[in-house]
Structure formats: structure tokens, C-alpha cells
Design a protein around this ligand. Structure first.
Ligand SMILES: Nc1ncnc2c1ncn2[C@@H]1O[C@H](COP(=O)(O)OP(=O)(O)OP(=O)(O)O)[C@@H](O)[C@H]1O
Ligand SMILES: [Mg+2]
Length: 458
């Protein structure tokens, strides 16, 4: 493989479990790296936030690759929230790949394969290329339709006429229908600033031309100036991709074109097509690009939540993968104390083998005070659009200290529904108390189980 496919690479960002953490916007540190008590949606937990600030610095200065951090603390102390805060802090150009330990168990894909894929999602590559492009503000976009020559319904598009404008002049282009599809995919409209690569036909939308900046817009739009120079020109294009994106783009479907193999492709997840051989090839090309200065490595963060779910096979693999030259920084999180390492009989702190634990920096998260719990509840109430009386916040805070923060946060929505049933807009003390009687937190449920053990099936 002398040339890698990069034109058609679309970043495959994973969906994150953010709903419960949507108020978290960053680590909330000042210029000197000190944590403000309440900032960026985070409350308290100052030491952990400051430590993670150092981690972010190390990632950004690329001194951290191949190291690992463990966030350790009781349930509901903000480990997952802090990891997502790091992602925000790193910005969109540095890859951040979150996963949960139990994700590795699947009947179709090997455990180490899942880990490998996620490792490669967390390693970015910034590729600089000089490309021939057509760039400008879209003046017109007219698809030219004809009756479908095969008969049947609908029309086919045989070409699309597009007018592009720069500060220097305008140009009208007649383009292939395939490009019309990419224009639609990028949701290009008249008034947008775009470029079209002349070799691949790939379309990229920069944003809306700032001549339209006075337009009333509900969604936040990015306004960009009219491009300078000619419409047709050479342009340095920077593309941020991950190694996993390259794997996917270069994996070729196997088998012939007969129906059976098509079915096979539909049934089989696409990941099985990425082989070790392909990855080695890609690594080779990547390393050459880096040597030639065409590309730059951007090590990101792989976040493995609930790491105690991994077994010894995974840990062995991780240990080795961390030594590789193409490695991200790995952040683990767990709420377990001493427990057995899965797949062995060995008891170990956090359920991780000692030799791996030995090379990890551990950051502790501590339980919150009642006051901090109330502060977090207040932030969540705003986010969820729920009104709460001050007294009810206090009761929820007390419940939170007795149970966990998460339980208290989770009571907000049901309590607001109950308040409405009781004919109130604002959650009152009675609503909180009533809802707390309807549901059980883990601790009281466990207590009840112990008391009534003989009544349950075994
Ligand atoms: N310091 C904080 N500031 C603001 N919100 C927080 C903070 N810590 C936790 N939260 C919020 O409280 C809830 C519980 O926290 P989170 O899920 O991060 O806990 P955890 O430590 O990952 O727990 P577990 O061990 O059970 O996974 C989430 O909604 C989270 O966003
Ligand atoms: Mg968590």
C-alpha cells in the first residue's frame, strides 16, 4: 500500500453517555491550573480536577502518550463526569474515546480486538496536504434533471451547476451528480462558503458567508469571510483523522458480488474486515508520513470506565499496548476497592493486576459534603429546567449524604413530576419526602433484602 485513502475519511465519533453529565463543560481551572470551587459545571473535587489539569497539559504537549491514570473513588463521586470534562478541555481536535469495561464482552468480536479498535480511535493524525480545490461562496446551486432513461419513476440528475464567488471573481462549474450528493450530505445552501476537491470531488463546508451575518438564526452558525484569491487554486488542507478512521476507510469488503456474500456483509459487522495485516500496513504508511513531515501524530485519550470489568487477558493486552510507540494516554476509572481480578483468583486493589497498577498514576475522588451536593443539585435543576424550593434542596442534600450523589440527582425528575401531580410548579419538601418513600436507594434496598431474605426466590 503506497497511498492511503484519506479523502473519504469521515470521523467516526462514538456516541457518549452524556445525558447525566450535560452540565459539565470543562475542568474549571484558572490560568495557573488551580480549581475554582464552582466552575464549568463542576463543584468541589478540587484536587482531582487540578491533577487532571496536569494530565491535559501533558497530553497537549504530547509528553503523556503511553502513560495511564486511574480515577478511583466511591460511586457517584464524579469519575465519569471528570473524564468527560477532560474531553471538553482537550477540544475537538484531540481524540477522546470513551468506553466501558464490559464493552469487550461480545460473542462476535474478540476482547483484544475491541480494545485495539478503541486504542486506535484515541490516536489522531493531522495530515497536511496541498490539494487542488474550487473554493468560494455558493451563489447558485442548480441540479439539472432529466427523465429517468430506464423508465420508472422519478428523475435523475445528470449534472449540477454551481456558482462560486471569491473576493477576486466568480466562476460557474458544471459538476458530476455524485458531487451533488456530497453537497446535500454537507447540507450546503446558497450563501455557504465551501470548497470542492477537484480530484476526489469531496465537499467541505466552512460555514456561512459573513455577508449573511445579520440574518436571524436560531442555531449557532459559524460565519466565515469570503475566500481570497481565485476560485480554482491550490490549497493546504488539514485533516484530522484517527487511526481507526484510516482502518475503516481502507478496509475492503471481502468476497465477490454474489447475493450470498452481500448478505454476509450485511450480517457481519464491518469491523471484522479490519485485519492485523491491514493495521500493520497503515502503521507503516503513517510512520512514513510522519517522517516526511506530511503528518503529525496527535495522541489522544482513551477512557476506560468501570475497569474492574476487564479480565486478565485484557489487562495483559493493555500492558503491552501501552508500551507501543503509537499509544494514547489511558484513563481508567473504578469504584471498586480490593476485589478479584477477573479470570484469576488473585485479590488486588481496584481489581487490577499489581504490575499494571504499578505503572499507573492514581487520582482519588472523595465523597461530597452536603453543601457540595446541594450545589450540584442546583446546577442539575437548572439544566433540567426544574424549579425547587430551597428547603427541598436541603432535604435532597441530606438524602445525598446518606445514600449517594447520583441517587439524589436522579430523584429530581420524578420529584418534579410528583410536584405537578400535587398541583405545584416548584418542588416542595413534601414532594421530595414522598418520592424518597416510593423509591429505594441501593443501600436501603440491600438492607431490606437482608431482612426479608427468606421471602425471595433463590
Ligand atoms: N464535581 C461535580 N460537579 C458537578 N457534577 C458532578 C460532580 N461530580 C459528579 N457530578 C454529577 O453527579 C452524577 C454522578 O457522578 P458520576 O456518574 O460522574 O459518578 P462516578 O464517580 O462515575 O460514579 P460510579 O462509580 O457509580 O460510576 C453525574 O450526573 C455527574 O455529572
Ligand atoms: Mg462512572
Amino acid at each position: 500500500m503506497s497511498r492511503m485513502k484519506i479523502e473519504e475519511v469521515k470521523s467516526t465519533t462514538k456516541k457518549q453517555r452524556v445525558a447525566a453529565h450535560s452540565h459539565v463543560k470543562g475542568l474549571g481551572l484558572d490560568e495557573r491550573g488551580a480549581a475554582k470551587q464552582v466552575a464549568a459545571g463542576l463543584v468541589g473535587q478540587e484536587l482531582a480536577r487540578e491533577a487532571l489539569g496536569v494530565v491535559v497539559d501533558l497530553v497537549q504537549s504530547k509528553k503523556m502518550a503511553g502513560r495511564a491514570v486511574l480515577l478511583a473513588g466511591p460511586p457517584g463521586t464524579g469519575k465519569t463526569a471528570l473524564a468527560l470534562a477532560i474531553a471538553q478541555e482537550l477540544g475537538p481536535k484531540v481524540p477522546f474515546c470513551p468506553m466501558v469495561g464490559s464493552e469487550v464482552y461480545s460473542t462476535e468480536v474478540k476482547k483484544t480486538e475491541v480494545l485495539m479498535e478503541n486504542f486506535r480511535r484515541a490516536i489522531g493524525l493531522r495530515i497536511k496536504e496541498t490539494k487542488e480545490v474550487y473554493e468560494g461562496e455558493v451563489l447558485e446551486m442548480t441540479p439539472n434533471e432529466t427523465e429517468n432513461p430506464m423508465g420508472g419513476y422519478g428523475k435523475t440528475i445528470n449534472h449540477v451547476v454551481i456558482g462560486l464567488k471569491t473576493s477576486k471573481g466568480t466562476k460557474q462549474l458544471k459538476l458530476d451528480p455524485a458531487i451533488y450528493e456530497s453537497l446535500q450530505k454537507e447540507k450546503v445552501q446558497v450563501g455557504d462558503v465551501i470548497y470542492i476537491e477537484s480530484t476526489s470531488g469531496a465537499v467541505k463546508r466552512h460555514g456561512r458567508s459573513d455577508t449573511y451575518a445579520t440574518e436571524f438564526d436560531l442555531e449557532a452558525e459559524e460565519y466565515v469571510p469570503l475566500p481570497k484569491g481565485d476560485v480554482h487554486k491550490k490549497k493546504e488542507v488539514i485533516q484530522d483523522v484517527t487511526l481507526h478512521d484510516l482502518d475503516v476507510a481502507n478496509a475492503r469488503p471481502q468476497g465477490g458480488q454474489d447475493i450470498m456474500s452481500m448478505m454476509g456483509q450485511l450480517l457481519k459487522p464491518k469491523k471484522t474486515e479490519i485485519t492485523d495485516k491491514l493495521r500493520k500496513e497503515i502503521n507503516k504508511v503513517v510512520n512514513r508520513y510522519i517522517d516526511q513531515g506530511v503528518a503529525e501524530l496527535v495522541p489522544g485519550v482513551l477512557f476506560i470506565d468501570e475497569v474492574h470489568m476487564l479480565d486478565i487477558e485484557c489487562f495483559t493486552y493493555l500492558h503491552r499496548a501501552l508500551e507501543s510507540s503509537l499509544s494514547p494516554i489511558v484513563i481508567f476509572a473504578t469504584n471498586r476497592g480490593k476485589c478479584t481480578v477477573r479470570g484469576t483468583e488473585i485479590k488486588s486493589p481496584h481489581g487490577m493486576p499489581l504490575d499494571l497498577l504499578d505503572r499507573i498514576m492514581i487520582i482519588r475522588t472523595l465523597p461530597y459534603s452536603q453543601e457540595e451536593i446541594v450545589q450540584i443539585l442546583k446546577i442539575r435543576a437548572v439544566i433540567e429546567g426544574i424549579q425547587v424550593q430551597d428547603e427541598s434542596f436541603k432535604v435532597l442534600g441530606e438524602i445525598g449524604t446518606k445514600t449517594t450523589l447520583r441517587y439524589a440527582v436522579q430523584l429530581l425528575t420524578p420529584a418534579s413530576i410528583l410536584a405537578r401531580i400535587n398541583g405545584r410548579e416548584v418542588i416542595a419538601r413534601e414532594d421530595v419526602e414522598e418520592i424518597n418513600e416510593l423509591f429505594y436507594d441501593a443501600k436501603s434496598s440491600a438492607k431490606l433484602l437482608a431482612e426479608q431474605e427468606d421471602k425471595y426466590m433463590k
